[in-house]
Design a binder for this molecule. Sequence first.
Ligand code: DX5
Ligand code: ZN
Length: 223
Amino acid sequence: MSSPRPIRIAPSILSSDFARLGPEVQAIDAAGADYIHIDVMDGHFVPNLTIGPAVVKALRPWSEKPFDCHLMIAPADPYLEAFAQAGADIITIHPEAGSHLHRSLQTIKALGKKAGIALNPATPTAVLDHVMDLADLVLVMTVNPGFGGQSFLPLLDKIRDVRARITAGGREIDLQIDGGVTPQTAVAAIEAGADVLVAGSAVFKGGAQAYADNIAALRPKAR
Ligand code: DX5
Ligand code: ZN
């Protein structure tokens, strides 16, 4: 099956030069990024600490592309408004980060933002059963969250399952994959139904002069 929607690339700034975050965001925007993927980690839900709302706010003037904030924090609810006010366009949460996924998604929508649901490798797709009408994005994690530079887990049946759910629902919902995405691993994932590729290492390798080529290399080649 070929993807029904254009493939979009969401560089993860986790792999960028943190001493130069603003110019890095500007550089990937100019290099063709579709979304700016911002990995928010709390040292509790995942074993790493990264970015908070103040940094998102500081980055907002550096790009007009959608800010795709992937919250790997628990609880997430107390911070949803802060990320919305900081300039997030998409707020993605993990079901395990709170007791009431439906309510958290309602909160994100009430803040006027797009809502995403992120599935860890071991999280079954059944968690989507009663919340798909609130989702604008489903993120299938293809590594265990916490770090860039890990190897891609080929969860292709899971990607197919999510794609089938999106098709059955008939609404536009992004199917994002995140972790270990390279021009090689992207092929099968796109074939399985992914249409937004998050990539950190594969985009930021080689320095700013390589970003445009790195992003282009992730897009499917015309056949
Ligand atoms: C992992 C993050 C990813 C990560 C991807 O917890 O959610 O976005 O930065 O990095 P790569 O592409 O290097 O696997
Ligand atoms: Zn991410």
